[in-house]
Design a protein around this ligand. Structure first.
Ligand SMILES: NC(=O)c1ccc[n+]([C@@H]2O[C@H](COP(=O)([O-])OP(=O)(O)OC[C@H]3O[C@@H](n4cnc5c(N)ncnc54)[C@H](OP(=O)(O)O)[C@@H]3O)[C@@H](O)[C@H]2O)c1
Length: 287
């Protein structure tokens, strides 16, 4: 595989995929909706504007690419109008292998948008690999960041649910290996998780130890969480619904399984939550 188009390169997973592919000697074309921001962030990479909502941007982004790392941007819900036709366009443009970032359990959840893309890929007779990661450690620096900085707390309706947090850096490493050893991963769906299960109380204790200030976990009630996201964080009702379903699922243990696949694919242990927090500690310091 020589030229890999990486979508969502300014996001958590895309930037790690781009970095790991480059480390393996693959040529990367970094794609996103904001070409200027990409150029500033990746001055040494080939960058291109790609917007799944603007089909005219697809063909130029795909020109000359051998492989694609495809992710579903969180704001996009209609896969039939966006990612599915993009998949067709990619294969028509000569792409030989497409790696799709799905989500753990998508095979059992017809309602998640990712499942539509999975089924679309499975209907093609071309090479694809599906990655199904569990719950990201990076949620601490995205969804929970302001609560940690402003209130010194994690406030979500996850009860005492246990989670096998996965570090996006490890997803990047697996994706790069798939591209580098393409033949061995054709038509496979790989469930990926972190190496240990932790409650949010344990995560708060790790943050406390690394940051040197007290961070607590407060298990939110559903009404309390809805109010918090609506009035304090200004989210739309659709975003609130997604966040609530996701976190209530953690209570039930939806992301509590450790998959040994990850260590085998990485050839080393997966990164722990402690390692992730130590590496990202500046994200939770104010100012
Ligand atoms: N969070 C979790 O725990 C978890 C667990 C399993 C799976 N996932 C899945 O992982 C994916 C999210 O990955 P992530 O955390 O890396 O996302 P992210 O950090 O939110 O980044 C998403 C990227 O999508 C790009 N984007 C937004 N709108 C776009 C559009 N219309 N066309 C093209 N690109 C667009 C953005 O690029 P620009 O900045 O250039 O607009 C951004 O870089 C989702 O599909 C999610 O369901 C998440």
């Amino acid at each position: 595989m020589s030229l890999v188009l990486v979508t969502g390169t300014l996001g958590n997973v895309g930037r790690e995929v781009a970095r790991e592919c480059a480390l393996r000697g693959l040529t990367v074309r970094a794609a996103g909706t904001d070409e200027a921001a990409l150029r500033e962030r990746f001055p040494l990479l080939d960058v291109v504007q790609l917007d799944f909502l603007v089909p005219q941007t697809w063909r130029p982004a795909l020109a000359g690419c051998d492989a694609v790392f495809l992710l579903r941007p969180p704001p996009l819900g209609d896969m039939k109008a966006t990612l599915c036709p993009f998949v067709d366009e990619a294969y028509a443009a000569g792409v030989k292998h497409l790696v799709f970032l799905s989500v753990e359990g998508a095979e059992r959840n017809a309602w998640v948008p990712h499942r539509k893309v999975e089924l679309h890929l499975m209907k093609t007779s071309r090479a694809w690999t599906i990655l199904r990661p569990g719950f990201f450690a990076q949620n601490l620096q995205d969804a929970y960041q302001l609560d940690i900085i402003e209130d010194n707390r994690i406030y979500i309706p996850a009860g005492e649910g246990r989670v096998a947090f996965i570090d996006a850096a490890d997803i990047g490493a697996v994706a790069a290996r798939v591209f580098a050893e393409s033949e061995g991963f054709r038509e496979q769906a790989l469930t990926l998780t972190g190496p240990e299960v932790l409650t949010f109380t344990e995560v708060a204790a790790l943050l406390t130890a690394v940051l040197g200030r007290s961070i607590r976990y407060e298990a939110a009630s559903i009404p309390g969480y809805l109010k918090h996201l609506r009035w304090r964080r200004g989210m739309t009702w659709m975003q609130i619904a997604v966040q609530t379903v996701l976190h209530v699922g953690l209570r039930r243990g939806d992301a509590a399984r450790v998959e040994p696949t990850m260590e085998r694919l990485l050839g080393r242990p997966a990164r722990t939550m402690k390692e992730y927090i130590q590496g990202a500690s500046s994200r939770w310091r104010s100012g």
